[in-house]
Design a protein around this ligand. Structure first.
Ligand code: IDP
Ligand code: MG
Length: 133
C-alpha cells in the first residue's frame, strides 16, 4: 500500500555534499520524492521531532546538532515507504550500520549519523506536520 514518510538529511550530509547521492538511493528503488525543502530546523521543530528523547544524555547535543546547519527535508512516498526508508538508512549507529546503507556508507559516529527517518506511520504523520505546515 502506498504511504508517506518523512526523511531529513542531517547537517553532516549537506556539509559533506552527499545530498544527490543519498536522494538517488530513494529514487532508484522506486520511491517518489513528493516534497523537498532545504533550510534550517528551528529549535521548536527540533524539540517536537525529538520529544521522545527528552531527558536522555544526548538530547541537548542532538538539538544543538540538528539546528547547526542546513538540512534537506523530504516527504517520500511509495509502497511501504516507512520501512523501506528505514532499511535504506541502516542502523542508528554507523558503527553497526551495514555497508551499502546510507549510514553505513556516509556516517562514522552516532552524533552525526547522516539522516533521520520516521520509524512508524504515526511518527510519519506527526513529523510531516512539524516540518511541512
Ligand atoms: P533513529 O534516528 O535511528 O530513529 P533514535 O534512537 O530515534 O534513532 O535516536 C534519534 C537520534 O538521536 C539518532 O539518529 C542519533 O542522531 C541520536 N542518538 C541516539 N542515541 C544516541 C546516543 O547514544 N548518543 C548520541 N546520539 C544518539
Ligand atoms: Mg527515531
Amino acid at each position: 500500500m502506498s504511504e508517506r514518510t518523512f526523511c531529513m538529511l542531517k547537517p553532516d550530509a549537506v556539509a559533506g555534499r552527499h545530498i544527490g547521492e543519498i536522494i538517488n538511493r530513494f529514487e532508484r528503488v522506486g520511491l517518489t520524492i513528493e516534497r523537498l525543502e532545504m533550510g534550517m530546523v528551528t529549535l521548536d521543530q527540533a524539540k517536537a521531532n525529538y520529544a521522545e528523547h527528552k531527558g536522555k544524555p544526548f538530547y541537548d547535543g542532538l538539538l544543538t546538532y540538528i539546528t547547526s546547519g542546513p538540512v534537506v527535508k523530504m516527504i517520500i512516498a511509495g509502497s511501504d515507504a516507512v520501512k523501506i526508508c528505514r532499511k535504506l538508512m541502516g542502523a542508528t549507529n554507523p558503527l553497526e550500520a551495514a555497508p551499502g546503507t546510507i549510514r553505513g556508507d556516509f556516517g562514522l559516529v552516532m552524533d552525526a549519523n547522516v539522516i533521520h527517518g520516521s520509524d512508524s506511520h504515526e511518527s510519519a504523520d506527526r513529523e510531516i506536520a512539524i516540518f511541512f505546515t
